[in-house]
Design a protein around this ligand. Structure first.
Ligand code: NDP
Length: 255
């Protein structure tokens, strides 16, 4: 049990998209450690099962649902599976995401749609599907995952940056819409975190060195370092906090 009841998530249920690895897994473990039951929703069922085993070892209820957030029916089924399994849905973590893009002049519509639909449209669809349950439980929390590219431009990842910039405005708009429903909607903006998404950069090379030298902490972050912000934004400790974007970035955004 957490020492401070403000951060105690016992009796709550969370749905974490993309919770089977990387940042989603880091946040899911944090929520479970604070007492939440957790539904992992992602496509790779072997990875889903591995994380469910880790979560159950923390003493909470954990389940997984095969979910492709590019498919609305799959999103709605994941929300329904959460309510079926745990009887409620209090915490929605919109973490599933894909990177990429290339030079703007050569980006195809297919690439644009895949990235923007995964990173932005699906976040809205998950929120819309979860809203009745978040409202009914009386303590709803939405945590959207942005990026440093929510703030900064890049010549290489235009659809990614556009989608992650959109996540901020989506967060602010839903925060204003749902505050009276006792639902807080906030975003975490991770800095550079060591995951499969960044594997090509985190291992070294000029881009790695430039990121590390630009980051005041002087290193990449680890997925588990997102857990603290996740628990805060999922708990009663943040009940009067809504519409914010919280960088967890080793100071990258201010360095
Ligand atoms: P990973 O590639 O390690 O994880 C991505 C996760 O998203 C996986 O669990 C994957 O599961 C899931 N996912 C991808 N597409 C879909 C889909 N269509 N349907 C359901 N799940 C999907 O990346 P990270 O952990 O690094 O990224 C997690 C989030 O954090 C993303 O939104 C990313 O943009 C953001 N982020 C990451 C940063 C970093 O430095 N790593 C920095 C800033 C933001 P599966 O393939 O099984 O479906």
């Amino acid at each position: 049990m957490p020492a401070n009841p403000l951060f105690d998530l016992t009796g709550t249920a969370a749905l974490v998209t993309g919770g089977n690895g990387g940042i989603g897994r880091g946040i899911a473990l944090g929520l479970a450690g604070a007492g939440a039951d957790v539904m992992v929703a992602a496509r790779n069922e072997a990875k889903n099962a591995a994380v469910v085993a880790e979560l159950r070892a923390l003493g909470i209820r954990a389940e997984a649902v095969a979910c492709d957030v590019l498919d609305l029916a799959s999103i709605e089924a994941a929300v329904a599976a959460t309510v079926d399994a745990f009887g409620r849905l209090d915490i929605l973590v919109n973490n599933a995401g894909v990177a990429g893009g290339g030079r703007p002049e050569s980006i195809t519509d297919e690439v644009w749609d895949r990235i923007v639909d995964t990173n932005l449209r699906a976040v809205f669809q998950c929120c819309r599907a979860a809203h009745p349950h978040l409202k009914a439980g009386g303590r709803g929390k939405v945590i959207n995952i942005g990026s440093m590219y929510s703030l900064f431009g890049s010549p290489r990842v235009l659809p990614y940056a556009a989608s992650k910039g959109g996540v901020i405005q989506l967060t602010k708009s839903l925060a204003t819409a749902w505050a009276r429903d006792s639902i807080q909607v906030n975003a975490i903006l991770p800095g550079w975190i060591t995951t499969e998404m960044t594997a090509g950069v985190a291992s070294g090379g000029p881009m790695h060195d430039s990121i590390v030298s630009r980051t005041p902490a002087g290193r990449f972050g680890e997925p588990e370092e997102l857990a603290g912000a996740g628990v805060f934004l999922a708990s009663h400790a943040s009940d009067f906090v809504t519409g914010i974007t919280l960088p967890v970035d080793g100071g990258y955004a201010v360095g």
